[in-house]
Design a binder for this molecule. Structure first.
Ligand code: PSU
Ligand code: MN
Length: 312
């Protein structure tokens, strides 16, 4: 097998240098920029997430397949192409080799980002919402779930998207052995909403506690991820009634339009944006920024630990 760090062009110079210096790195997905959010909100999301990571003294690493090359630390003109979205496909884990073979531009979902982040030997990944079990669609379950079960990363998110069947998603995560831990909450956040009524068994109160939990997870040799769920910032969160109504409407529209497969998630998110008069985008940007910031705080704690271990 090929040594992961000899994978040509995987790490950007900046990410490689910061790893060598022992700094914290936060992995970010690119599907949220290229498919999940519309222009110009996608650029605002990228700008705010990158700045939030840097503000904590960590380095952001956007993952993608750029002209067929898997990358961790997309920047400059390459990142620009993904923000313009033209010709950029959505790439989940199984699509990675196809996208590479076709020398195409692919924006990575949570599942594909886990693959690339782990390949690069990185630990912390921050995003908005993971995929999960779709409602009324017993055979549409996001590949994010199985990939979380087999790829060890600490994933900071605001839960799963509200368009999903959340109780079923939580059950699947349990079956798959993925710990779901609240950040200063004992309730699963609803992505756009602070709560869902679904209770969690565990929570942590600080980046240090999150890092400690991660260490125990790894000490057991667990091969899957830990999901750390943080509610959207209170001032941006939407009410459950509004999101519920918008979601039901969006699902009906998707059914009518016959939307299938990977197109379902982006379609539903844009319908909800229309129904909430942009409120959902405001919440989405705020939670992405907050998750990037929390991920960076945890990455800094873990980097500090590594440095201590190496010198002792
Ligand atoms: N959540 C969002 N916006 C997104 C996504 C999730 O708020 O764009 C993306 C993520 O990349 C996630 C993917 O991994 O949607 C899940 O898509 P699917 O259900 O097709 O697996
Ligand atoms: Mn799907």
């Amino acid at each position: 097998m090929r040594d992961r760090l000899s994978f040509p062009g995987l790490l950007s110079d900046r990410v490689a240098a910061s790893r060598a210096r022992g700094e914290g790195v936060v992995v970010l997905e690119s599907s949220v920029f290229a498919q999940g959010l519309a222009i110009p909100a996608n650029r605002q999301a990228a700008t705010r997430m990158l700045a939030a990571v840097e503000a904590q003294g960590a380095v952001p690493a956007v993952t993608a397949v750029a002209r067929g090359v898997p990358r961790v630390g997309l920047d400059g003109e390459d990142l620009e192409r993904f923000l313009c979205r033209t010709g950029v496909r959505k790439v989940s884990a199984r699509d990675l080799p196809v996208c590479m073979a076709q020398r195409a531009d692919g924006a990575t979902t949570v599942a594909a980002t886990l693959v690339l982040g782990a390949l690069a030997g990185l630990t912390v990944f921050a995003t908005g919402g993971i995929g999960g079990v779709h409602r009324d669609a017993p055979f549409d379950e996001s590949a994010d779930l199985v990939e979380l079960a087999r790829t060890p990363m600490l994933v900071v998110c605001a839960g799963a998207k509200s368009i999903l069947d959340l109780p079923a998603t939580l059950e699947r995560l349990e079956t798959l052995g993925v710990p779901v831990v609240g950040y200063r909450t004992r309730e699963l956040p609803g992505f756009f909403t602070t709560g869902t009524g679904l209770s969690l068994d565990a929570s942590v109160e600080s980046p240090e506690e999150a890092a400690d939990l991660w260490r125990h997870h790894r000490a057991l040799g667990r091969s899957g991820s830990v999901l750390l769920v943080q509610p959207p910032p209170p001032e941006s969160a939407l009410s459950a009634d509004i999101v519920g109504e918008a979601t039901v409407h969006a699902l009906a529209q998707a059914r009518k339009a016959g939307v299938r497969g990977g197109a379902v998630t982006p379609f539903l998110l844009s319908e909800i944006e229309r129904r909430t008069a942009g409120g959902s985008v405001h919440a989405n940007l705020a939670l992405l920024e907050a998750n990037a910031s929390l991920g960076a705080q945890i990455a800094v704690v873990l980097a500090h630990d590594r440095a201590l271990n190496e010198t002792s």
